[in-house]
Design a protein around this ligand. Sequence first.
Ligand SMILES: *[C@@H]1O[C@H](CO)[C@@H](O)[C@H](O)[C@H]1NC(C)=O
Ligand SMILES: *[C@@H]1O[C@H](CO)[C@@H](O)[C@H](O)[C@H]1NC(C)=O
Ligand SMILES: *[C@@H]1O[C@H](CO)[C@@H](O)[C@H](O)[C@H]1NC(C)=O
Ligand SMILES: *[C@@H]1O[C@H](CO)[C@@H](O)[C@H](O)[C@H]1NC(C)=O
Ligand SMILES: *[C@@H]1O[C@H](CO)[C@@H](O)[C@H](O)[C@H]1NC(C)=O
Ligand SMILES: *[C@@H]1O[C@H](CO)[C@@H](O)[C@H](O)[C@H]1NC(C)=O
Ligand SMILES: *[C@@H]1O[C@H](CO)[C@@H](O)[C@H](O)[C@H]1NC(C)=O
Ligand SMILES: *[C@@H]1O[C@H](CO)[C@@H](O)[C@H](O)[C@H]1NC(C)=O
Length: 335
Amino acid sequence: MAVLLVLLVLLLTEPGFSQTNNHDNDTNDRIGYFCGRNAVTSLPNFVKNRNTTLSDLRMQLLSKRVVYAKAQALSAGDPVFAAAQCRNYLSVDRCVACFDAGVSELTNCSAANGYVIFDNCFIRYEDFDEFYPDPYFMMDGTGSQYLSCGNNQSTFNQGVDGVLSNIKDATPKTSNYYVASITQVTSENATVYATAQCIANINQTICQTCMNAAYDKLTTCLPSTQGRFSDMACFVRYSELPFFDDNQTTDITTVLKGEAGMPLVSNTRNKSNVNCNYDMIGHSRKLVAVVAAAVGGVVLFFLILVLWLFYRRKKSKKTAQGDFIYVDFSLILTD
Ligand SMILES: *[C@@H]1O[C@H](CO)[C@@H](O)[C@H](O)[C@H]1NC(C)=O
Ligand SMILES: *[C@@H]1O[C@H](CO)[C@@H](O)[C@H](O)[C@H]1NC(C)=O
Ligand SMILES: *[C@@H]1O[C@H](CO)[C@@H](O)[C@H](O)[C@H]1NC(C)=O
Ligand SMILES: *[C@@H]1O[C@H](CO)[C@@H](O)[C@H](O)[C@H]1NC(C)=O
Ligand SMILES: *[C@@H]1O[C@H](CO)[C@@H](O)[C@H](O)[C@H]1NC(C)=O
Ligand SMILES: *[C@@H]1O[C@H](CO)[C@@H](O)[C@H](O)[C@H]1NC(C)=O
Ligand SMILES: *[C@@H]1O[C@H](CO)[C@@H](O)[C@H](O)[C@H]1NC(C)=O
Ligand SMILES: *[C@@H]1O[C@H](CO)[C@@H](O)[C@H](O)[C@H]1NC(C)=O
């Protein structure tokens, strides 16, 4: 009951949209920030566990050069489960700098759970671990959404809409849920820089749902020259000005064509070979194969059934059961 009450308070105090601008590449401006209201049983234990997980995360981002890290500390009660993610286009140094900025914000939460969302990174810690696969766990469906639209207006409406639509479709299909694209919109004489990232550890459905929300919200920013969306599961940003290097782009055209993503970082080698049956031609080939297999299976099934019935009939010609089975069989046939 107490938990429910705390939950209710959390839900009611969820922050909403913010409208800010003037973000820069490395100012590590905050997009979203939240401190929970959970009460810890022992403050020293909680602080110790939080410190342990946060330094574990930092170590992973720095030494293992990963963009996503998970850590937990459960000793002496007041467990802390934490995760951090940097945007894939960042250098390790910039990633860690963002992480450090985030940690100093989160210490404001004192003895409570919290999260902080920056342009460049995301940090979250809780006293439960269900949020790893389900970022909206204990939240009302989507959790908090943050939208930030720039104040400058431009003419590149159509172009941005198209780009955002493409990355919405492509991101959940990449193996690392990450896209960065630079699009020249010749008709509008503009260049659109856009990136999207879903948090690791979630399934494609959640990533796609979040991307759909991001698209719906960000298109309301237009004709703003820049926009950002974030919630617990994903981050999407577009701008007329560059915020990642040209050599950091990912190839979304192959993903959109239906092939497997070609991520910058991949653990699976020869993925293109494995997944080449996902292109358009492969799809119809796959369909033919599936139909053939299904037809073959049905034929085989009936063949075996007929043989079995013959056998049964021979064995027990005089019982009523044989006839009953025949009735069943015809029912199957006419079905
Ligand atoms: C936890 O970290 C903060 C700063 O990050 C530090 O001031 C504090 O002493 C640390 N506490 C423990 C118990 O390590
Ligand atoms: C956290 O505390 C620092 C120092 O008191 C302050 O500058 C900063 O704005 C605070 N952050 C939030 C999100 O309240
Ligand atoms: C995706 O993950 C969520 C949260 O764990 C779960 O509720 C949902 O059933 C999953 N969907 C699929 C298709 O696996
Ligand atoms: C917005 O416009 C101002 C003044 O025209 C300019 O200095 C600034 O760079 C613009 N910002 C963006 C993000 O386009
Ligand atoms: C396109 O933009 C560039 C720089 O912003 C400008 O110099 C050029 O005149 C523009 N071209 C057209 C056709 O508007
Ligand atoms: C932001 O980053 C992009 C790409 O790295 C770079 O081209 C641009 O000059 C940077 N902008 C600022 C204000 O540092
Ligand atoms: C990308 O380009 C920047 C300079 O623009 C360079 O510092 C960086 O090493 C390059 N990264 C890769 C992966 O090639
Ligand atoms: C990738 O596939 C090629 C040809 O199918 C094979 O020669 C090569 O060893 C494979 N590479 C890896 C890393 O599996």
